[in-house]
Design a binder for this molecule. Structure first.
Ligand code: IPD
Ligand code: CA
Ligand code: CA
Length: 261
């Protein structure tokens, strides 16, 4: 696919950060067996990746704003456009040497996400989309599944951990959905959960407590693949509500009922 100049900037930045993180990930595998552990090292890897992305994006588009998980908000001269970045989504996986994490970069224009890139360096899978131009993984067009039956469907979620709220609500969701479906996965990287719905690998995904940088890029990819994306409240916008409900078009209504009771 011939992407726009902005998309090419995003892909280049994601690849560059991905190279740096991949190098650090190999080091984590060594640190796992050391007594010091890998925690501080991973924090540095995460910050360094965001710096790489910020430098790339700001050099290419100096007037755009920037919101990054590690940097916070940088206002741009152009108030209508900003990058939304999670340099390392799936930090816990990364820290434990689990090869399932991603770089996530979105572009917002006038409050709407117009382009998104989610890059999984360990599998070399680059998911991307621009509004109106479909969703892609590497060279191939991707589409959400058409599976309609809940009992044949596979879903993803995120389960709150440590001191995070929403655990009782998520446990209730699981109690409602699990007996009815083919399986629920908790792989630990929301951006990839969304990309996997876009690729038809999952039939749906929900999570109750997310930040905009976890979701922004994945949302446009899932929508461009034909999935329906809302907040858990009917017709709400996940970027406002910080929760998300996604499924392929044929089963969205049916699937949403498990969480809207
Ligand atoms: C986390 C991952 C995880 C989700 C958490 C997020 P991080 O992001 O996306 O899947 O369940 O809510 O915070 O901390 O690894 O960037
Ligand atoms: Ca994240
Ligand atoms: Ca992160």
């Amino acid at each position: 696919m011939q992407g726009s100049a902005n998309l090419n900037v995003m892909i280049k930045a994601a690849r560059k950060a991905g190279r740096s993180l991949s190098k650090d990930f190999r080091e984590v595998e060594n640190l796992l067996v050391s007594r010091k552990g890998a925690s501080d090292f991973v924090t540095r890897a995460d910050t360094a990746a965001e710096q790489i992305i910020r430098d790339e994006l700001m050099a290419a588009r100096p007037t755009y704003g920037f919101l990054g998980e590690e940097t916070g908000e940088i206002e741009g001269q152009d108030p209508t456009r900003r990058w939304i970045v999670d340099p390392l989504d799936g930090t816990t996986n990364f820290l434990h040497g689990l090869p399932h994490w991603a770089v996530s970069i979105a572009l917002e224009h006038k409050g709407q996400i117009v382009a998104g890139v989610v890059y999984d360096p360990t599998k070399d899978e680059m998911f991307f989309a621009e509004k109106g131009a479909g969703a892609w993984m590497n060279e191939s067009r991707i589409r959400a599944s058409v599976r309609n039956r809940i009992d044949e469907s596979l879903y993803a979620t995120g389960i709150p951990f440590a001191t995070r709220g929403e655990l009782p609500a998520t446990l209730k969701d699981l109690a409602n959905l699990m007996p009815a479906c083919a399986g629920v996965r908790r792989f630990g990287a929301a951006s990839l959960d969304l990309a996997y719905v876009a690729a038809g690998r999952y039939d749906g995904f929900w999570e109750r407590s997310l930040q905009v940088w976890d979701m922004a890029a994945g949302i446009v990819i899932a929508k461009e693949a034909g999935a329906i994306v809302e907040g858990i409240a009917p017709h709400s916008n996940p970027l406002d509500t910080n929760d998300i409900l996604v499924a392929n078009e044929p089963q969205f209504e049916k699937f949403s009922k498990f969480f809207r009771v």
